[in-house]
Design a protein around this ligand. Structure first.
Ligand code: NAD
Length: 370
């Protein structure tokens, strides 16, 4: 849910009138009555709701029908997958919708409370470890019992960004021995502060981080060497959690089939990069694959498995952004502002984001040629 009752309360106190789709919060544990008590009106028909709203708050990108229902001049905020769905951006632009993609939110300190990607990555990192723990035929912690001593499981986390660090923390809490690797050497300290070992690979990572703190794409030769080097570490792990991403690119391929083959039967790989092509060669998005006795899962929407708290977090972030756009309870879009401009996807009939516009133009010109 894009809004939970507490978020409705907070928006209503700013004199914003909130209308919620009836029944939409049920699976996340929020009843229509909760929304009503918090000050929202309920609308059974989503079409009517979208057609009337000045601002539409969503979680997932709108369907084609939903885009057709949006009013020209209205504002849409949500995960709009801008780099994956440039065609959607084109449709939103031609509909005259001013849209903001939460994925485009600048990673600056001032925008931290509006960072939906980080909020959802935190949930995904936690949930990935739980998934691994129940999939593994072993226990995570060391146990000294009358029935013998059980050695702890070994977990390797590849990619120590927001999701990876949460995965490390969760696996440590469950008692596993954790190793982690990232191409950005800056994360070593964070990895170690969570009680994990930072894996040393013989790779030159001097230019691994861009000015925004994200990973920079590396050469094919780099990734080939990384796969070789990581292979040994992967083989020694009971669980591998991969989260490695490079913005705007296919996820780097870091675990080849040879590395999977090195793992013990029953081992588990959770590939959180599945939606972007996967960090493991055997990953299939949202399916369980068994290769060489290893279970490989590529879940693409783990926050949806924890709908109540994921909605609470997302609602908080979206509310903070909406208040940024409507500081006195009235929309006052300041396109000179770094946050507003950064998250902007479409405006005045155009795609405002350069990278997405280039993709959309590329897609339509190649479409025209075929
Ligand atoms: P992400 O999801 O884009 O990538 C996940 C991780 O994969 C990153 O740590 C990246 O370095 C790593 N990675 C990429 N290629 C790799 C490879 N070949 N091998 C191993 N690891 C690889 O990143 P993210 O988790 O969203 O965050 C990345 C950075 O942004 C971090 O520095 C984080 O602290 C920073 N950040 C800042 C803010 C803020 O200031 N508001 C908010 C969130 C995140």
């Amino acid at each position: 849910m894009a809004l939970v009752p507490d978020a409705v309360r907070s928006l209503a106190s700013e004199k914003l009138e909130v209308v919620v789709q009836a029944g939409a919060g049920a699976e996340a544990g929020f009843s229509d009555e909760d929304y009503r008590t918090a000050g929202a009106a309920l609308e059974a028909d989503a079409k009517t709701l979208m057609g009337r709203a000045d601002v539409v708050l969503k979680v997932q990108p709108p369907t084609e029908d939903e885009v057709a229902n949006l009013r020209a001049g209205s504002v849409l905020i949500g995960f709009l997958k801008p780099l994956d769905l440039p065609e959607l951006a084109r449709r939103l632009a031609s509909r005259g919708v001013t849209s903001f993609a939460m994925e485009l939110m600048p990673r600056i300190t001032r925008a931290q409370s509006m960072d939906a990607l980080s909020a959802m990555s935190t949930v995904a990192g936690y949930r990935a470890v739980l998934l691994a723990a129940v999939s593994l035929p072993r226990l995570f912690p060391m146990m000294v019992t009358a029935a013998g001593t059980i050695s702890p499981s070994r977990v390797l986390v590849i990619g120590a960004g927001v999701a990876g660090l949460q995965a490390i923390a969760t696996a440590r809490r469950l008692g596993a021995v954790v190793d982690a690797y990232d191409t950005r050497p800056a994360v070593r300290e964070q990895v170690e502060s969570l009680g994990a070992r930072f894996v040393e690979l013989d790779l030159d990572t001097g230019d691994a981080e861009d000015a925004g703190g994200y990973a920079r794409a590396q050469s094919d030769a780099f990734y080939q060497k990384q796969r070789l080097e990581l292979g040994k570490k992967v083989g020694a792990a009971d669980v591998v959690i991969t989260t490695a991403l490079v913005p705007g690119q296919r996820a780097p391929l870091l675990i080849d089939e040879a590395a999977v083959k090195r793992m013990k039967p029953g081992s588990v790989i959770i590939d959180l990069a599945a939606e972007k092509g996967g960090n493991c060669a055997c990953t299939e998005p949202d399916r369980e694959v068994v290769a060489h006795g290893v279970r490989i899962l590529g879940p693409t929407n783990l926050p949806a498995d924890v709908p109540s708290d994921s909605s609470r977090m997302y609602a908080k972030v979206v509310t903070a952004f909406l208040k940024h756009l409507a500081p006195e309870g009235e929309l006052a879009l300041d396109f000179e502002d770094e946050i507003t401009r950064g998250a902007l996807l479409t405006r005045d009939g155009n795609i405002a984001n350069d990278a997405v516009r280039a993709l959309a133009e590329g897609a339509s010109s190649s479409g025209g040629a075929s």
